[in-house]
Design a protein around this ligand. Sequence first.
Ligand SMILES: [Zn+2]
Length: 247
Amino acid sequence: MSGTFGFALTRTDGAARLGRMQTAHGATETPAFMPVGTQGAVKGVTPAELLACGAQIVLSNTYHLALRPGHELIRDLGGLHRFMGWDGPILTDSGGFQVFSLEGLRRIDEDGVTFRSHLDGSTHTLTPESSMAIQTALGSDVAMVLDECPPLPAARETVEAAVGRINIKREEFRRDPRPLDPACACETCRTASRAYLRHLYVSNEILASRYNTIHNLAYYLGLMAKMRDAIAAGAFASFREAFLATR
Ligand SMILES: [Zn+2]
């Protein structure tokens, strides 16, 4: 959290906002999609591949890294950027979401939350101060304050109906020569057919995870770039309408 930090609002279009967040490790244009690197890694892809997909920032996880390998270890090895080989901005969450998800393993009081590790059952306490200290040790560019996470007010069916999918393991894709998304220019869609992706998935090939992750990253990062272009052009309302019509 050292160095230059700032946020500039570039333009508004109705309620939509186009902005630029400056950190000591570079800038992120907003609205942004942050690939999730829970344990200091975005599953299956390297930092170079993240950059190639268009990622400008990654999100990592205070709770998981504090328990394993430990934030002091990461600090002693030069911080999370050096540890994972990502030189761009990193946002770390507070750990609150994971801790509050530990049903039966945590106790909340005024000072913070006491919880048992999902790894070895050891007892830990997370307070607003210790959450900040952990994120400072990691070298986070954007730290989150300890937050309590109430459950979503939406029914599961509502959330599922709103979702970023093709279930590649389905039989209907067994002989499908088309790319996952014909309109997508990512490495996966340029290289692999749905039939091949299905074969990789049902065969438990590691490449299935990599190809699927690369496409999913490209999709969300591309969606955010289109949103930013629409806001910049003052056309967000029509973009939103057209997007929702395809859901
Ligand atoms: Zn794709």
